[in-house]
Design a protein around this ligand. Structure first.
Ligand code: N01
Length: 590
């Protein structure tokens, strides 16, 4: 049985090495060695910058290192959920399933680290505690919990959007006799629930993926649900080698198509209106899309996330599916969400709703009577004790900004990022924040990030950032940072575009509503990936409009040399521009 610390099992990613603290200086420090950090190291090295990455885990992979819970897998098809920067890498790696499991994605991250020889620049089991901008020296001083003190001209935050676990402090947790796990910090050696009474708190993506597998092992499973979620079947299966061969025969074509889609990945998308279709046509379309499964179900019509009436039609269809699967009508009703379909991040499952037909699985509604407390023997809700041997908090993350909150980041005049972002994150293009010179945020708040395919979003950011660094070297600039007025305009624009989408209307982690006390601001940029990429290209081509350069000995407003960013200068696929993209381009939404 795991040891519990403060009521929550401390993830056993212990320190193996005894290295000496680093006291050195480099061109760039990268915080995190997930997909963002790995690609940043690769590009920095390619462009001749020296760099060191610090990583809290004892291996690479970030999200895919920490989220080892049963059933964890991607929900963007594997053939697209991968780096696109290397044609050789695309050709040599072969995914086994439509949606790869966590272990395979982690193996891929390790393969990338080895293939591009990235490990030698990573210091593992090391958490960055402070990053302070030394104004006279115009350098960042980065300190870690291992006593490292490294200075660098640039700091690239590759800390992830969903990496700071949300651990609600339920009363009595420390008294609970069994282990308490968090899905986002799953023990490396796995967990065997055989013969145990298990409780799962939460019904988001992590819970929906893990519940069916936990139920296969547990003697009894109790799920504590605050808000039901919509979920579409994954229809996961081994990949057909013929299909893989066809994709590999022209991988760049698939990558180009993906880049021009609002989500940054390719799937069939119908721009028509759900309301213009007859009820029979709609049903046919929904049934057809349901059979394809996964997130592309949301592409059934173009107005589903923009018109409440249109959304009602897909929401009712999804509720009917739940009622047709779950045999007990009371449980089925509890599992039926009432909110906007796709407002919270849509889940993708394998046998989630079917699991509630098993006699040893119980659903407990905690929407009106919250979890009261843990006792040594289990969890109490509305005066009833649910006896448990182990508990799983599938309670998500302090999204988008949580990982930044874990460090003390001090910019000009000692202002900390936490102070600056008290009322919500403020960035220009989701990449940089005024007052924090030479600090990049990979997939930061205000960029498409979680609303696009993450790996594509990471690559576009890193390419753009490293090109900016190379430009500064070209012109002899010491620092860059956004102008306050451009940042203000971008923050207002991100907010304005979000209002167009029904996604801004519910209590999701997109708006920080899942963690009490966080400001309620729609954090990712919802204008669509190509619109955003085009904006970044325009800013770059104009000589970095909206940024101030300091110390340049040559003109900084001349168009910079386009290096890594060349592959992002692609034409938009106008057929699939969504209403949010039209709003982003300030075209009336129809
Ligand atoms: O977290 P969540 P997640 N008492 O925030 C509940 C990505 N991801 O880890 O909805 C009781 O979605 C909370 O209830 P409510 C994906 O982007 C991707 O599941 O706030 N319950 C909710 O039910 C995803 O969206 C994959 O009312 C409490 C749950 O805990 C994101 O990560 C797989 C509570 C948290 O759900 C986050 O997903 C997994 C409390 N005090 C994750 N506090 C893929 O498929 C919270 N909850 C790729």
């Amino acid at each position: 049985m795991q040891q519990t610390i403060g009521g929550m099992t401390n993830s056993p990613h212990s320190r193996g090495d005894n290295r000496q603290p680093l006291h050195t200086s480099v061109d760039a420090i990268v915080v995190g060695a997930g997909f963002g950090g790995l690609y940043a190291l690769h590009c920095l090295r390619r462009m001749g910058f020296s760099a060191i990455a610090f990583e809290a885990g004892d291996g690479v992979g970030g999200t895919w290192y920490w989220n080892r819970y049963p059933g964890a897998r991607c929900d963007v098809e594997s053939l697209q959920y991968s780096y696109s920067f290397s044609e050789e890498l695309d050709q040599e790696w072969t995914w086994s399933e439509k949606y790869a499991p966590q272990s395979e994605i982690l193996a891929y991250a390790n393969h990338v680290a080895d293939r591009f020889d990235l490990r030698r620049d990573i210091r593992f089991e090391t958490r960055v505690t402070e990053a302070t901008f030394d104004e006279p020296a115009t350098r960042w001083i980065v300190e870690t919990d291992r006593g490292d003190r490294v200075t660098a001209r640039f700091c690239l935050m590759a800390v992830g959007c969903l990496s700071a676990a949300n651990k609600p402090p339920f009363d009595g947790m420390a008294d609970f006799r069994g282990p308490i796990y968090h899905t986002g910090e799953w023990p490396k050696e796995g967990v065997d629930f055989t013969g145990l009474r298990v409780g799962v708190i939460g019904t988001g993506s992590s819970a929906i993926q893990s519940i069916p597998l936990i139920a296969e092992q547990a003697k009894a499973l109790t799920v504590f649900q605050r808000t039901p979620n919509y979920s579409v079947p994954a229809y996961n299966a081994p990949l057909d080698p013929e299909h893989v061969h066809k994709v590999k025969a022209d991988y760049p074509a698939l990558r180009a198509k993906a880049r021009s889609r609002p989500t940054g990945f390719y799937f069939p998308f119908n721009t028509g209106s759900a309301l213009a279709a007859t009820p029979e046509e709609r049903r046919r379309q929904y049934e057809e899309c349901w059979k394809r499964g996964g997130l592309p179900f949301l592409g059934a019509y173009g107005d589903l996330l923009f018109d409440k009436q249109a959304n009602d039609t897909i929401a009712e269809f999804a509720r009917e599916k739940i009622r047709s699967i779950v045999k007990d009508p009371k449980t089925a009703e509890l599992l039926c969400p009432e909110n906007v379909f796709g407002c919270k991040r849509l889940c993708v499952d394998t046998s989630y709703f079917e699991t509630y037909n098993k006699p040893h699985v119980t659903l407990v509604d905690v929407s009106k009577t919250p979890i009261e407390r843990f006792t040594p023997d289990g969890i109490v809700v509305a005066g009833t004790l649910y006896r448990l041997d182990a508990a799983v908090c599938a309670t998500g993350f302090a999204a988008m900004t949580g990982a930044y909150d874990k460090m003390r980041i001090a910019g000009r005049g000692g202002l900390t990022l936490a102070e600056k972002w008290r009322a919500g994150p403020r960035t220009y293009l989701g990449m940089a924040s005024a007052g924090f010179p030479n600090l990049f945020m990979i997939t930061g708040p205000g960029s498409p990030s979680v609303l696009a395919s993450m790996i594509q979003a990471i690559e576009q950011h890193v390419d753009w950032m490293v090109d900016l660094m190379a430009h500064m070297r070209d012109v002899g600039a010491r620092t860059f940072e956004p102008k306050v007025e451009d940042e203000d305009q971008w923050v207002a624009h991100v907010n304005e575009v979000s209002q167009v989408s029904l996604r801004s209307t519910c209590s999701s982690w997109y708006v920080g509503a899942n963690v009490p006390g966080r400001p309620r601001v729609f954090m990712p940029y919802i204008g669509g990936f190509p619109v955003y990429v085009q904006k970044c290209n325009e800013v770059m081509d104009s000589g970095y409009d909206g940024f101030i350069f300091d110390g340049a000995d040559r003109a900084t407003n001349a168009p910079p040399e386009v290096r890594l960013t060349r592959r992002w200068h692609v034409p938009l696929d106008m057929d699939v521009i969504s209403p949010a993209m039209l709003a982003a381009k300030r075209v009336p939404v129809v």
